[in-house]
Write a protein that binds this ligand. Structure first.
Ligand code: PMP
Length: 330
C-alpha cells in the first residue's frame, strides 16, 4: 500500500507549474514552484522541520520541551504542525492586530496563542517580542527558534528547495525569483543554484515598494510576509543579483489573475513574486527558464486581496470597477 507514516514526511518536493496566460507574449518559460502544496500550506513547513531537527540534535530541544515563537503566520503553522506531531508544546505569541482566523488556525493545529497589544513599542514589557523572550526564559525546557537569525532557515532551502528546482528543470533554470522576508528562501536557494551552475543562474529578489531591500525606509505596505524595515541575519544580500521593486497594486492585481486565470489561489507575496518574474521575463529570450517561488495559498487572504470592498477601500479598485489588467501595470 502506498502511504506515509506521518504528514510531515510530505514536506517539500513541491511541483513546478507553467504560468500560461499571464506570461502570454513573453519568450521564456516561466515556472511557478507551488509551495502551498506543503502539508501546512506554505514554504515555512520546510524551515520549521529543519529548525526543530537541528534543535533536537544540539540538545536545545528535549522531549517534553516547549517551542515559543513570536509569529502568527506561516512559520507559526509550520512550527505547530511539526511540534505537535513530535509531542512538543507550541506557543505562538502574536500582536492583537492578527486576525481571528489566523489565531484559530494556530489553535486548530494545537498551538497555544498568547495575544499582546500592538500599540506598545518593541521594548515595552507587554510587546510580543518582550513576552516571547520572557516565556522562552521562564518556561522550563523552552526553546525559541527565531527564524530571523536561525541558520537552519536558509540552510533548509539550500538542502531541499534549491536541489529540487535544479533537478526539476533538468539543470536548465536560468533565473530564480522570490520575495524577501527573512531572506531565508532566496539566500538558501540562491546560494545552491549559484554553486551548482558555476554562477550562471541569476538570482532576483522581489520587494514591496518602501521596504529596505529595494532602497526604502520600511514605509508601510500592505502585502504580507515580505519586505522589512531592518536587515535580518538570515538574508545574504550578496547572493542577490538584482532586487525588483513591486507596488501593492501590482502585487494584488497579479495575485487575483493567478487565481482566476491560472487556477492558482495564492497569497499576495506570490503575486508580488510573479509580477517581478514577468518584469524579468520581458528582458529574456526563448532559451531562458525562470522559476518563481509561490510561498503560500490564498485562503488566508479572502477577506482582503480577494474582497472587492477591502480592495476598493485601499484604492486598488476603481469604485464599482474591475481590476486593471496586469499588462497596464507592468
Ligand atoms: N511570503 C510569505 C507569505 C511569507 O510568509 C514569507 C516568509 N516571511 C515570505 C514570502 C518570504 O520568505 P523568506 O522569509 O524566506 O524570505
Amino acid at each position: 500500500m502506498d502511504y506515509v507514516d506521518d504528514i510531515c514526511d510530505l514536506i517539500g518536493d513541491t511541483p513546478l507549474v507553467r504560468i500560461g496566460d499571464l506570461a502570454a507574449g513573453l519568450e521564456p518559460l516561466v515556472l511557478a514552484k507551488v509551495e502551498y502544496l506543503n502539508p501546512g500550506g506554505s514554504s515555512k513547513d520546510r524551515i520549521a522541520q529543519s529548525m526543530i531537527d537541528a534543535a533536537e540534535k544540539s540538545g536545545q530541544l528535549r522531549p517534553g520541551g516547549t517551542i515559543v515563537e513570536p509569529t502568527s503566520g506561516n512559520t507559526g503553522v509550520g512550527l505547530a504542525l511539526v511540534a505537535r506531531r513530535r509531542g512538543y508544546r507550541c506557543v505562538s505569541v502574536c500582536p492583537d492586530k492578527v486576525s481571528e482566523s489566523k489565531r484559530d488556525t494556530l489553535k486548530a493545529y494545537g498551538a497555544e496563542v498568547v495575544v499582546c497589544p500592538t500599540s506598545v513599542p518593541p521594548d515595552h514589557p507587554d510587546s510580543y517580542y518582550s513576552v516571547s523572550d520572557r516565556l522562552a526564559r521562564d518556561i522550563p525546557g523552552a526553546w525559541k527558534p527565531d527564524q530571523y537569525s536561525n541558520p537552519e532557515n536558509p540552510a533548509s532551502h539550500y538542502r531541499t528547495t534549491g536541489p529540487e528546482i535544479w533537478q526539476q528543470t533538468r539543470e536548465r533554470v536560468t533565473h530564480f525569483v522570490a520575495g524577501i522576508g527573512t531572506g531565508g528562501t532566496i539566500s538558501g536557494v540562491g546560494r545552491y543554484l549559484k554553486e551548482v551552475s558555476g554562477g550562471r543562474v541569476r538570482i532576483v529578489g522581489a520587494d514591496p515598494e518602501g521596504s529596505v531591500y529595494s532602497g526604502g525606509t520600511g514605509r508601510p505596505y500592505l502585502v504580507e510576509g515580505v519586505g522589512e524595515d531592518m536587515w535580518p541575519q538570515t538574508f545574504d544580500k550578496d547572493v542577490c543579483d538584482e532586487v525588483v521593486r513591486v507596488t501593492d497594486a501590482e502585487s494584488f492585481a497579479v495575485t487575483r489573475r493567478l487565481a482566476r486565470e491560472e487556477g492558482l489561489l495564492v497569497g499576495g507575496s506570490c503575486g508580488l513574486a510573479v509580477a517581478a518574474a514577468l518584469k524579468v521575463a520581458r528582458g529574456c529570450g526563448p532559451d531562458d527558464v525562470i522559476v518563481v517561488l509561490l510561498p503560500d495559498g490564498g485562503r488566508g487572504y479572502l477577506a482582503k486581496i480577494f474582497n472587492d470592498t477591502w480592495m476598493a477601500a485601499h484604492g486598488f479598485l476603481p469604485p464599482g470597477g474591475e481590476m486593471t489588467g496586469v499588462g497596464d501595470l507592468l
